[in-house]
Design a protein around this ligand. Sequence first.
Ligand code: PMT
Length: 406
Amino acid sequence: MSTLQDKRIILGITGSIAAYKSATLARLLIKAGAEVQVLMTEAATEFISPLTLSTLTRRSVPTSVSSEDAWNNHVELGLWADLMIVAPLSANTLAKLALGMADNIVAAVYLSARCPVWFAPAMDLDMWHHPAVQANVQRLQSYGHRLIAPGYGELASGLVGEGRMEEPEAITALALQFFARAHDLSGKRILLTAGPTYEPIDPVRFIGNHSSGQMGIAIAEAAAQRGAKVHLVLGPSKLKPTHPAVHVHPVQTAQQMYEAAMQYFPDTDAAILAAAVADYRPSEPAPEKIKKTDEAITLRLIKNPDIAAALGQQKQSHQRIIGFALETENEEANARNKMLRKNMDAIVLNSLRHQGAGFDSPTNRIAILFPNNNTRYFELKRKTDVAHDILDVLAQWWNQSSNSSL
Ligand code: PMT
């Protein structure tokens, strides 16, 4: 059973009517086994008393960087935690976090925190939808922090809409899930392909596609966070993973991606193939830039190697392959066909018909298909969260096989 035993959590509370929920959140986190250090902005103390929180957590509750009786060492606090949750996060402190300001204790500790940071905004619906607030939310997400999106319901103003802080029970469940996943891929080696391939036409032109690399990089980072060693064979992408357990092998063409994948696959436990690989390449790339002399030119294309099919043929009994399918019609049938033809153990389907899914977007909406005709459907999520849903499949397989060998 998952627990928060030995986990240190900073709970930052800012000025919002939803601050009353933070007492329940602190209590639930402690009940699950965590040590909780509450920090409150001065505005938060208008809504709930620090005494309530210090009584619940049995720790003193700093409300400013320096108070009459103490200098609250924000750097030490930032380094102490395994997770920092700011709930509720007001529009005011959100803006401070986004800009790197440090004039309250929550913002000061946030700037020193090396642990994952989650933020659960709470505000009125028009404030929440204001472009300035949304830009700040995106900014925090771009720093790698997790948004716990506000829910829909009646707000303190009497208006009804989005802006309610997520319920403490749901936030606690996320924390439990997060720490349960923390090391569940330890000792595993995973090969990933990601990004597009560029097939040269001449020294300045190529055949490519819209893949940004986000999906594959998110899986690589998430797998490394969960303890795996990752070989990421990455086509030309502006993005780069930062986790030290992700070894990046940059390539340009499908042929290079094939060679790298074939090299690393034998030594891995699983391959996840998120790359959008060009099926064809120009048979003879011109050695010099093609000049605009003719009215029309013809490019002869030849087939690239199918990396997934080649790995599927080589696959040993201990290895698993999860492929991707990007479809525009007959989605499930086409994806299932690819999975079976390429000897995959599962295939992740994303459809260009779903808004916010597929290429070059921070979100994706997937279904995971299995050879036994089972399918798991997921809602639209950030690719960083989608990555975990996909890795859960591997974790479950490995968990089942280690239990059955007991
Ligand atoms: O990078 P992003 O902008 O985040 O976008 C992510 C994505 C949309 C590219 C990704 O989620 C995705 O769907 N990748 C696979 C897209 C695709 O080209 O699928 P496919 O149906 O052509 O190929 C099926 C599978 O075979 C894929 O796992 C593919 O990597 C693999 N394949 C295909 C051709 C080939 N020559 N070699 C391969 O290994």
